[in-house]
Ligand binder design. Structure first.
Ligand code: GLN
Length: 272
């Protein structure tokens, strides 16, 4: 099959309610990096007007952050057949990137600063609790070293160096992981809870993170991993993406490593 014929549908979770922190950039990044390679892309909002079959039809899922109130509205909608479809997709290996409020909803529950506990989908073995409005939010730049075994291996294979992700976190909730693997170890910033050094979670092919940024433009190789994983699953054949010119993104990463005084993994790899 000519790669021009590849088609990718991006499912975007509740764009009106869950795009408070610029996570739309993740959708744009996947969309453009696919189009630059000649694939045809459709962005499908998954919201109150969508059906379970809409959820089943997507190849990659993007979920952004949200305020507590919006998360409650989303969880009231994501019930029954729609919840089942989400569960099926993630269990069956559909890749996705879920930021901040979205992973809180994929966990067992999220307890907001005020009001009632919001029950989650329980797909990720983790819980999130907001300690109250008087406790400082976790806000600032974030650098993590990917520790999720399979993802770290894939990314290292793609880039030739140990994968470090740069982002920006802004959350009140603190997340504690159960049996699910962390996405990475915090190198700079606070991550899941500011205590145990973990950041995010990785389950099947779902990447959960507190990193806004948005994440993918700052770490374009993760966008490519999502695209590659989605196409391999859809077309059931080995697919390797053609390289793109990421010079500017890589320069921006180096500038951030320098500013945060984090040893650059790329420079270190080049010196070996
Ligand atoms: N409302 C959640 C929290 O404060 C999520 C915030 C977000 O998505 N940035 O933890």
């Amino acid at each position: 099959m000519n790669h021009q014929q590849y088609e990718l549908t991006i499912g975007w979770l509740y764009p009106k309610l869950m795009s408070t922190y610029g996570d739309r950039g993740n959708v744009i990044c996947i969309e453009h990096r696919s189009q630059w390679r000649g694939y045809s892309v459709r962005v499908l909002p998954l919201d109150q007007s969508s059906t379970a079959d809409d959820i089943r039809s997507v190849d990659v899922i993007v979920g952004g952050g949200a305020q507590d109130r919006q998360q409650e509205i989303v969880m009231r909608d994501l019930q029954g057949a729609k919840a089942e479809a989400m569960r099926e997709k993630i269990e069956n290996g559909t890749p996705g990137v879920f930021t901040c409020g979205s992973p809180q909803l994929l966990g067992h529950y999220y307890e907001p600063g005020f009001g009632q506990r919001i029950e989650g989908l329980g797909i990720l073995d983790m819980v999130s609790v907001h300690p109250g409005e008087n406790v400082r939010r976790c806000i600032g730049n974030l650098v993590i070293k990917v520790s999720a075994t399979r993802l770290a291996r894939d990314l290292e294979e793609m880039t030739g160096s140990k994968p470090y992700l740069i982002g920006f976190e802004n959350h009140g909730g603190r997340t504690k992981l159960g049996k699910v693997e962390a996405l990475g170890r915090v190198v700079y910033g606070l991550g899941n809870n500011g205590e145990d050094g973990t950041e995010g979670a990785f389950y099947q092919n779902a990447i959960a993170t507190y990193s806004h940024g948005p994440l993918l433009p700052k770490n374009p190789f993760v966008a490519d991993w999502l695209i590659q994983t989605a196409l391999r699953l859809k077309y059931q054949r080995p697919i390797t993406l053609s390289p793109l010119d990421d010079t500017l993104a890589m320069q921006a990463r180096e500038a951030m490593f320098k500013r945060l005084k984090v040893n650059s993994p790329t420079v270190a790899a080049a010196q070996v």
